[in-house]
Design a protein around this ligand. Structure first.
Ligand code: FES
Length: 116
C-alpha cells in the first residue's frame, strides 16, 4: 500500500471502543453493535480482528459461532471463514465477510469504521 493510500484510509476511519483486551479470551469472539450494524470482534493467537457480524450465507450472528485458530465457524450451518481475511472457506458459504481494522491501545480494543 502506498503512503498516500494509507493516509486516505486513515482519514476516513473513526475508531470506536469495543471492550478491554481481556474481555475477549483467546480463540473467542464477541459482538459489537454500532449504528444498527453488527460486527464480530475476535481474539486469536495472532491478535485481534473484526469482521461483519452476520454470516453471508443467511442471517446467523457470528458471535454465537466457534473460533478454531483463525477460523470462525457459523453456528447455523457450520460455514467457515478465515478471520483475518474474511475469506469464505467453502460450502455453504461462498461470499467473503467484510473485514475492519482493529487496534489495541491502553488495554482497550478499538474497531475502525468508515465515516459515512
Ligand atoms: Fe452461516 Fe448458513 S447462516 S452457514
Amino acid at each position: 500500500m502506498k503512503s498516500f493510500e494509507r493516509d486516505i484510509i486513515m482519514n476516513i476511519l473513526q475508531w470506536h471502543h469495543v471492550c478491554a483486551t481481556d474481555d475477549i479470551d483467546e480463540e473467542d469472539v464477541i459482538e459489537f453493535a454500532h449504528e444498527g450494524k453488527l460486527y464480530a470482534v475476535y481474539h486469536t493467537a495472532s491478535g485481534f480482528y473484526a469482521t461483519a457480524g452476520t454470516c453471508t450465507h443467511e442471517t446467523a450472528r457470528l458471535a454465537d459461532g466457534f473460533v478454531f485458530g483463525e477460523i470462525i465457524e457459523c453456528p447455523m450451518h457450520m460455514g467457515r471463514f478465515d478471520i483475518p481475511s474474511g475469506k469464505a472457506q467453502g460450502a455453504p458459504v461462498c461470499v467473503n465477510l467484510a473485514t475492519h481494522p482493529v487496534k489495541t491501545e491502553g488495554g482497550s480494543v478499538f474497531i475502525g469504521l468508515e465515516v459515512k
